[in-house]
Design a binder for this molecule. Structure first.
Ligand SMILES: Cc1cc2nc3c(=O)[nH]c(=O)nc-3n(C[C@H](O)[C@H](O)[C@H](O)COP(=O)(O)OP(=O)(O)OC[C@H]3O[C@@H](n4cnc5c(N)ncnc54)[C@H](O)[C@@H]3O)c2cc1C
Length: 380
């Protein structure tokens, strides 16, 4: 009968798991939830900040508002993980657990792309997005390159959304006609598991004169020449480079010795690592699903159901089905939804709905429902 559940990381996965265990066991949930940050920000809110539709302060959800029976939320930085012993060191002390859940997300390795920090702007962190807020409206026109520096990366549609929203800003500022927009990524199409979503995105790009270059491997930026260096082509000149940095598991996870190819391998059906009592959920894991919040949340649901079954003696839940919906913003008040199914059938599928004005409300509900559920807020 496991009673002490230690969850590392209060992102999509950690927050959902803590919530489910609290709902089921109340004061007896026995959950400790650790995060180094004092607040959570939805991934998609970074684009809202970057394009000046809101401020970073307005989209911060403080962890102080996560008040749930049986859940202790600690602001500490995890400094070492002994998975075999289910023991974790933080900057504040040592924690031991019966069940250890690693939900530390994926970190950015800006240095892995030489020149990116000096000559480009990454837009995948809150800091990076906030810095771009003033850069975009002041851009005098020229070649904007949106470049994905490695795969896998979080939220595969986000760079395409960025390209469409950059177009809108340049039109608004009256500099679109003297500008070019190029999106380059190592994937062959904007959203490979969904040919229909990729086709619609490419149509929207064509209508706006946005150049999509798939299968491009960016090796570096040359700050002096202001060019993008590619493994497989000539240097591409840019005036503004908006980058998605290479991703990897946080350093503390890599140092724990439980990663393979940069992430924690798990059983895709159960999210268990090879070590008994140790799970990994969300972006930190290799679980056969895209790196997105909905899949971190789906993984949390499976782990919660397993822990509840173990504690109550009930039947084990079915394996993770790898299903989830992602919303894609097309600018000018239109949103599409892709329903992804990666694990339930023989093939990975991604079915597109929209884009339409109606789906804007659905996307808003995605954020507001989680804000209410995890942070107890009824709005915002
Ligand atoms: C621009 C952009 C748009 C996106 N849009 C969407 C979208 O529309 N829909 C969607 O589903 N997903 C979207 N995503 C992806 C989504 O944000 C992530 O996939 C999701 O947050 C992953 O959840 P997680 O629980 O695995 O990790 P995270 O949410 O990243 O949480 C990990 C937590 O671990 C903490 N942490 C890390 N290291 C330490 C440490 N050493 N000690 C203590 N704490 C630590 C971090 O502070 C963080 O809070 C988007 C991402 C970006 C960048």
């Amino acid at each position: 009968m496991a009673s002490r559940v230690l969850i590392l990381g209060a992102g999509f996965g950690g927050l959902e798991l803590a919530t489910l265990l609290s709902e089921r066991f109340g004061e007896d949930a026995g959950v400790t939830l650790i995060d180094r940050s004092d607040a959570f920000t939805f991934g998609y809110a970074k684009l809202d900040v970057m394009f000046g539709r809101t401020t970073r302060e307005a989209v911060r959800l403080p962890y102080a508002e996560v008040v749930k029976p049986g859940v202790r939320v600690l602001r500490e930085t995890v400094t070492a993980i002994d998975a075999q012993a289910r023991r974790v060191e933080t900057d504040a002390g040592t924690h031991e657990a019966d069940v250890l859940v690693i939900a530390l997300g994926a970190d950015y390795d800006v240095a892995a792309t030489p020149g990116l920090a000096e000559a480009g702007h990454e837009f995948y962190s809150v800091d990076g997005a906030a810095a771009l807020r003033d850069v975009l409206p002041a851009f005098p026109g020229g070649h904007v390159v949106i470049g994905v520096c490695g795969a896998p990366f979080k939220c595969p549609p986000a760079p395409s959304e960025c390209a469409l929203l950059v177009h809108d800003v340049l039109v608004r500022e009256g500099v679109r006609e003297r500008s070019q927009i190029t999106l380059m990524m190592p994937l062959p199409s904007p959203v490979p598991p969904s040919p229909s979503a990729s086709a619609v995105i490419l149509e929207e790009f064509a209508a706006r004169g946005i150049d999509f270059q798939g299968n491009r491997r960016i090796t570096a930026l040359d700050p002096a020449a202001r060019t993008v260096l590619l493994k497989d082509g000539d240097p591409v000149p840019f005036d503004l480079f908006l980058g998605v940095p290479r991703h990897r598991a946080p350093e503390v996870v890599l140092a724990s010795g439980i990663t393979e190819d940069g992430y924690v391998p798990v059983d895709p059906g159960t999210l268990e690592t090879r070590i008994p009592g140790v799970y990994a959920i969300g972006d930190v894991a290799t679980a056969g699903v895209p790196k997105a919040g909905v899949f971190a949340e789906g993984a949390a649901k499976v782990v919660a159901a397993r822990l509840i079954a173990e504690r109550t003696g009930g039947p084990m839940p079915p394996p993770n089905d790898g299903r989830g919906s992602c919303w894609i913003e097309f600018g000018t008040g239109r949103v599409a939804r892709v329903d992804i199914d990666f694990l339930s059938g023989p093939e990975k599928t991604g079915t597109l709905h929209g884009p339409s004005a109606e789906l804007v409300a659905e996307k808003e509900h995605f954020g507001s429902s989680r804000t209410a559920r995890w942070f107890g807020r009824t709005s915002g």
